[in-house]
Write a protein that binds this ligand. Structure first.
Ligand SMILES: C[S@@+](CC[C@H](N)C(=O)[O-])C[C@H]1O[C@@H](n2cnc3c(N)ncnc32)[C@H](O)[C@@H]1O
Ligand code: SF4
Length: 334
């Protein structure tokens, strides 16, 4: 399902420990959460992922800089020829940490959720923006290519120009706009802040305007239109076709669960857990049929509804939840 990426991405969440407790955190991470994934489980999974056609490791979390073996994980991915990215809240990016990461990282993605006031509210921490921005000169000097990732809510689209301006000021090459999804902490704290279709349209337009206004910062908005999904075909039966050729991102959650597309994707559609079984085994045994059917029915429904803009990942997640609860109802009725 190469909707937004032309390479197969494995997204790992190796810890849910975090130095913040953001209002919107889909993984409900925080300082009191101890969950972490053993390094060996992940390096073994990466070995398999390469064979399955994946070529990018994207480390998220939790706060990846709190994962002790982060450097070993990145080095392992590099040794297998993968490109590497890390998404971070930026607070721990000291000169020493940046020097350690240099050479192991292709892109550093730093979360910035709008103006300082908005950022501090989302991050549930007064001064979070000030602490983050104090790191940016060092990031710029480090020579590591970096970008910003910003969470779009129902009320911060007009702050995109601030984020893009900040990117230009420090030499961040990309601003990625990703809509808020009502998962984890966001489901209880910010369900009403999920951007509606109209807001997604504004964000799309604003992203185009910002991108047209400057040639030093690319703006990518994770929003789809019917034309983007019309061409989704799922040729999963081709003889030489590997999982990484059509399913991206593949997500490895902290407890070893492997799911398609996004953290928190209903596990009934997932591949299983990396416990005893390697990723190659899980991929071989996976019955992709229900997931593929979910993709095609969601694609057809969205096209029939003629909605101009939508968050494909969220539409897929909701469709999976509906399918899951339908199955439970049927089971109860039976
Ligand atoms: C879960 S965080 C982990 C990495 C790191 N701690 C950080 O905040 O950048 C990964 C990215 O997902 C974003 N994010 C968290 N919860 C989200 C949600 N409910 N919907 C959309 N994006 C979310 C964060 O803002 C961040 O850019
Ligand atoms: S969004 Fe990132 S920084 Fe915020 S609590 Fe979640 S993992 Fe931590």
């Amino acid at each position: 399902m190469r909707l937004t990426a032309d390479r197969g991405i494995v997204q790992v969440h190796p810890t849910r420990r975090c130095n913040l407790t953001c209002l919107h955190c889909y993984s409900s991470s925080g300082p009191r959460v101890a969950a972490t994934t053993p390094l060996e489980l992940l390096t073994d999974a990466l070995d398999d992922a390469v064979e399955l056609g994946y070529s990018v490791l994207s480390v998220s979390g939790g706060e990846p800089l709190l994962y002790r073996p982060l450097l070993e994980l990145l080095a392992h991915a590099r040794s297998r020829g993968m490109r590497t990215t890390v998404t971070t809240n930026g607070l721990l990016l000291s000169e020493r940490r940046l020097a350690e990461l240099h050479g192991l990282l292709d892109v550093l993605a730093i979360s910035v959720d709008g103006t300082p006031e908005t950022h501090d509210v989302m991050r549930n921490s007064r001064g979070a923006f000030a602490r983050l921005s104090s790191r940016l000169p060092g990031v710029a000097r480090s020579g590591i290519p970096f970008g910003f990732i910003t969470t779009l809510t129902q009320s911060n689209v007009d702050e995109l120009d601030f984020v893009v301006g900040l990117a230009g000021e420090y030499g961040a090459g990309l601003v990625q706009v990703h809509p808020l999804e009502p998962v984890g902490a966001a489901a209880s704290n910010l369900a009403g802040a999920v951007p509606d279709d109209q807001e997604l349209g504004f964000a799309m337009f604003e992203g185009l305007v910002q991108a047209a206004m400057r040639d030093d910062v690319r703006v990518h908005v994770d929003i789809a239109r019917p034309a983007d999904i019309a061409g989704i075909t799922l040729p999963i039966t081709g003889e030489d076709l590997r999982l990484g050729d059509w399913l991206t991102p593949l997500v490895i959650e902290t407890d070893g669960a492997v799911v398609p597309l996004t953290y928190g994707f209903p596990r009934r559609f997932g591949l299983g857990r990396l416990e005893g079984a390697g990723l190659a085994d899980l991929a071989r045994r996976w019955d992709a049929g229900p997931f593929v059917e979910l993709c095609t029915t969601t694609r057809d429904r969205l096209i029939a509804e003629r909605r101009p803009f939508f968050n494909w990942y969220e539409e897929m997640r909701r469709a999976a939840l509906r399918a899951e609860s339908g199955r439970v109802r049927l089971a109860r009725a039976g």
